[in-house]
Design a protein around this ligand. Sequence first.
Ligand code: FPP
Length: 229
Amino acid sequence: MSSPRHIAVIMDGNGRWAAAKGLPRIAGHRAGAEALDRAMHLCRDAGVEYLTVYAFSTENWKRSEEEVGGLMRLLSIYISSKRKELKKNGVRFRVIGRRSDLSEKLQREIADLEAFTADGAFTLAVALSYGGRDEIVRAARKALSEGMAPGDLDEAAFAQRLDTAGIPDPDLVIRTSGELRLSNFLLWQAAYAEFFFTGTLWPDFGKDDFEAALAAFAKRDRRMGGRKQ
Ligand code: FPP
């Protein structure tokens, strides 16, 4: 069994991590951003080519103004402070989700970083204002607005209209903090993914957890709906 080409992560548990330390929730998200950098290095060292992370869901807008504002600022700081490092490390930055929900300033910063890192060999896709159902509805609307004939819309044509167009489906989805749900993440793309759940809170996610996830993946028998001969 080969290693996964694409890993997707539901980075859960930042708030609990902060609460356990008596810190504000945003401190947990800051530590979560550091865990993301760690995970990215681990992926690259392991030969993984794509990492997609759930950073902000369509539901997360319902959180307090303070937390939403703090997360948006953190994203903006991440984008400006990591610019050179991402480029140097060959990381192609990409955002999936309803980006029109984001401030115009953040949208510009994202578009600029995407263009600047477009030739990177490793892809970091960050899901922002993302919901799997929302993405599917937007893809369907896109096909309709293009005047596509119903008979021309097959799975490949549909996938090309998703935010993840050009990115292969995830082989492995990891969720931290002990929750056992998909929470509207990559609904279409995770059709044949393997799942790895760990009780570790995202800010504590490191080499041991990553290796445990890869070892579990290596033991899975991926038939993708087919039968072994
Ligand atoms: C879930 O934990 C985490 C989030 C909603 C935000 C994830 C964001 C980051 C890790 C920020 C860094 C991202 C980038 C791209 C800079 P939670 O807050 O729901 O935790 P809880 O369930 O313990 O409350």
